[in-house]
Design a protein around this ligand. Sequence first.
Ligand SMILES: C[S@@+](CC[C@H](N)C(=O)[O-])C[C@H]1O[C@@H](n2cnc3c(N)ncnc32)[C@H](O)[C@@H]1O
Length: 259
Amino acid sequence: MLVGWALQLSPLQLATRERESIAQPGLDRVTAAMERRLGGEPVGRIMGEREFYGLGFHLNAATLEPRPDTELLVDLALDLLPRGGRLLDLGTGTGCIPIAVLHARPDALAAAIDLSEKAMEAAQLNAERHGVAERLELLLGSWFEPLGVVGPAAPQFNLVVSNPPYIETSEIASLEREVREHDPILALDGGPDGLGPYPIIAAGARNWLGPGGWLLLEIGSTQGAAVATVLAQEGYAKITIHKDLRGLDRVVSGHHPGQ
Ligand SMILES: C[S@@+](CC[C@H](N)C(=O)[O-])C[C@H]1O[C@@H](n2cnc3c(N)ncnc32)[C@H](O)[C@@H]1O
């Protein structure tokens, strides 16, 4: 991938032109990319882009690199979102979740929030790149705060989704260096028990979900029972823990039973 990126050759061109020699400027670009990779920088960071749900997402220093694990959240959202439905994504980073949903569903609308202004810039670029910017409202601030005051005139959502920071603070130092040194700490740190954002999101989502709406939360693979308990305490029904393609617990969903 790095050689193709440095030489601006597609995988097919790389295979069919493998006997051609590389001119010095190209070789310099390949060498520089290899040195960055050997220094622990992930391939996506070097290329400034990562694929998610079949779409390319521009990255910057404030965005988590989207992970394939999170594609399960998109699959579930696409199943649950009614025609013409509205989705709210909390902690949007590159915007990968709502942009993938809106790209697949031209009838849908979404709002997305992040605390990082720089992440919002990446999300805006990505929304424009994939032709969904007019259907995605990007809001800067903490969790539900940019939505303003809850009231009868407030917007309601069919789905609230989030892949919040969920790593225990004390575990961050032991993560592989590709993550520890290159993903932003704001995107990783879920507080002392890694569960900090879940009660805030579960409680707040009750105010913004319409009757019968769904909350979908990505979790760390050991957090299923704890997050399911949080949702039960907040009055959600039909609580389900969904497994990812590796067979690990990855998403907890709950149904808002209505008023
Ligand atoms: C694990 S990353 C997920 C990014 C993206 N949704 C994805 O799946 O790749 C968590 C995101 O939450 C954002 N975040 C952290 N604390 C926040 C807060 N209090 N309010 C809003 N967003 C927050 C971070 O900036 C980061 O973009």
